[in-house]
Design a binder for this molecule. Structure first.
Ligand SMILES: [Zn+2]
Ligand SMILES: [Zn+2]
Length: 362
């Protein structure tokens, strides 16, 4: 048996005993988790705001570990391989998978830690493991003679590849961000920070918005954006828009806004700061319906895109981390052992002690 963090009912979680998972299909793998993390989506599930989620499952959809068992049809991995887990389970064969829209896979989607047992336990069963896992190349396997610069990287460097970092990359892709674009990122939590990292990668000029100065200062400390704006420092929308126009010049707004905060205010702000004919990329997980003031929007000719992450660039993101072109390690402000998971959840939920991301050691 093993211990896992169980979503018992809305607002009710418990550490419970679960059997160690076994292979169910030949395309499954069992991964022994070294580190998992807590995501805002876990908190949404706990609050009862994710209709897709099943009660009684183990939470957690971010994790890194070692392959413990593999099904007969697994081709890409062997026992002992180091892997990062994709938050999306996908078959890679259906109509949506073939187009790269794995979040809508007919046989998968967000399964791990939502509809089947997740990563907040020592072992997890991963369906379609050839697709839903990504190899973290071991440093000692490197044949190169040069001293390998990446040897100081560890599991925690790859912890967010399969979810938070992929979500940031997805938001940027959804917004069709190109070199030189002005991009407004609303929300400076973990996915917001990852969005900034990926926006920078694309060569965008970045404006980040958050109503929490601590979050903004954190992004500033990590030098992730070009402008840091707390909308609360502006008395009216008009004043804020004046500031945006000042930054954006003749475009009068951002080429694209990426909304990751998920509140009523942040939704309204997203379309307001976007220039005419721009893209509003909505990656946030909303807990409520939002209002579209179409009469005021008329003539602005905006494109709205909504998204649950299509995490199809994990190998590329792992490569960038290995090459030290990006790093998400600064997001880990806290580390807890699994025995302290309930404290960890509270700390993350209430942003205690300025908690950005927690690495949970299994
Ligand atoms: Zn998540
Ligand atoms: Zn599929």
């Amino acid at each position: 048996m093993m211990k896992g963090l169980c979503y018992v009912d809305d607002e009710k979680i418990e550490v419970r005993e679960f059997p160690i998972p076994e292979l169910e299909k030949d395309t499954d793998a069992i991964v022994e988790i070294n580190y998992a993390s807590i995501c805002t989506s876990d908190i949404h599930i706990i609050k009862g705001k994710v209709p897709r989620a099943k009660k009684g499952i183990i939470l957690g959809h971010e994790g890194v570990g070692k392959i413990h068992k593999i099904g007969k049809e697994i081709k890409k991995f062997k026992i002992g391989d180091h892997v990062s887990i994709n938050c999306i389970t996908f078959c890679n064969e259906c109509y949506f998978c073939k187009k790269g829209h794995i979040n809508n896979c007919s046989k998968g989607g967000w399964e791990v830690g939502c509809r089947i047992n997740g990563t907040l336990a020592k072992y997890v069963r991963v369906p379609y493991a050839d697709n839903s896992l990504n190899l973290i190349p071991d440093n000692n396997n490197d044949d190169e003679e040069d001293e390998d610069e990446s040897c100081d990287l560890d599991d925690k460097d790859f912890l967010f590849v399969g979810d938070a970092l992929s979500s940031g990359y997805f938001g940027v892709e959804l917004g069709n961000v190109k070199n030189g674009d002005i991009v407004g990122v609303i929300g400076c939590g973990p996915v917001g920070l990852c969005t900034l990292i990926c926006g920078k990668l694309k060569g965008a000029k970045l404006i980040v918005f958050d109503i929490n100065d601590k979050c903004l200062n954190y992004a500033k400390k990590c030098k992730l954006a070009d402008y840091y704006i707390n909308p609360k420092n502006y008395k009216t929308d008009e004043e804020l828009m004046k500031k945006i126009e000042e930054i954006c010049g003749e475009k009068k707004g951002c080429d694209c806004s990426i909304e990751v905060a998920g509140t009523d205010e942040s939704f309204q702000m997203a379309w307001k700061i976007t220039r005419p004919n721009g893209i509003v990329s909505l990656v946030a997980m909303y807990e409520k319906n939002q209002e579209f003031p179409l009469p005021i929007m008329y003539g602005k000719n905006l494109t709205f895109k909504t998204g649950g992450v299509d995490a199809i660039h994990c190998d590329y993101l792992i490569k960038l981390i290995k090459e030290k072109k990006i790093s998400t390690k600064p997001l880990i402000t806290h580390e807890v052992v699994f025995e302290d998971i309930l404290n960890g959840i509270n700390m993350f939920k209430n942003k205690q002690d300025f908690c950005v991301k927690i690495a949970v050691r299994l």
